[in-house]
Design a protein around this ligand. Structure first.
Ligand SMILES: [Zn+2]
Length: 251
């Protein structure tokens, strides 16, 4: 092995080892295993999950990690992500623990609000976090092929797509997206003004939409429903609160 190869391999191995120490997800996995000084968890080094670490996690472990990540974000105590180190450590393989189906809203970037780094989560984003065949295929890839343990559908408060569905907005291809949200409008029981000016109603519909998306994933993807039935994954809904920054988990 020449010097260049040696340096490369050594760097990757070192990066993987250090990744256990600080990763938003991996640090918790390490905590479960024990054995490293707590202070090491703050080292700003590579941060990617290895296959071994990821495969040891249960779906509930992953949920707990994401909650911790959101708590760090919400309280301003985020990990220091060394993106270049994460990029190097993940270039030859990825073992994400979760796949998030979220909205395209610029204020709801899943990696940031869950304090995760490169290589830790698959992210699918579409206006109104709805699921169609293409998105189901993406979720199936993440879990059945790549081994992610959690499907997290994440809506958010004050969602423009929800407002658009309430208002029966029509625009090009957006009309078809909003048509997939409209059943959630009708299905939302609500005392008060059922219009897009009423944010309480908008957020109530957003929750219905998240829960309907979760149900739809189970109904329309035998692959994912089967994995969940076998206890290999969980499919969970959630809501990101723009004010306060909390991700509320539904289950
Ligand atoms: Zn939105």
């Amino acid at each position: 092995m020449n010097r260049k190869q040696n340096a490369c391999c050594g760097h990757e191995a070192d990066g993987r080892r250090r990744s256990v120490l600080k990763s938003a997800l991996g640090a918790v996995a390490l905590g479960a295993a024990g054995g490293f000084p707590l202070a090491w968890a703050n080292l700003a080094e590579a941060a990617v999950l290895t296959r071994e670490q990821r495969d040891k996690l249960s779906p509930d472990d992953v949920i707990a990690m994401l909650k911790r990540g959101n708590e760090r974000f919400r309280t301003g105590k985020m990990e220091r992500h060394d993106y270049l180190a994460q990029k190097r450590a993940s270039a030859n393989g990825q073992y994400p623990a979760a796949v998030v189906l979220g909205c395209i809203d610029s204020r709801a970037p899943a990696e940031i609000i869950l304090d995760a780094g490169i290589g830790e989560m698959f992210i699918a984003r579409v206006a109104g976090n709805i699921a169609n065949d293409d998105l189901l295929g993406s979720l199936e890839f993440a879990c059945a092929v790549s081994g992610a343990k959690l499907v997290l559908v994440m809506g958010h408060t004050a969602c423009g797509a929800i407002k658009g569905a309430i208002d029966h907005a029509q625009l090009g291809h957006l009309t078809g997206v909003l048509d997939k949200i409209k059943p959630a409008v009708d299905a939302t029981a609500f005392d008060g003004a059922r219009d897009s000016e009423n944010y309480a109603f908008v957020d109530a519909v957003a929750k219905t939409n998240v829960l309907r998306t979760v149900e739809g994933i189970r109904r329309d993807s035998s692959v994912l429903a089967g994995l969940e039935k076998d206890g290999k994954i969980k499919i969970v809904g959630s809501m990101y609160h723009l004010v306060g920054g909390r991700v509320e988990f539904y289950g």
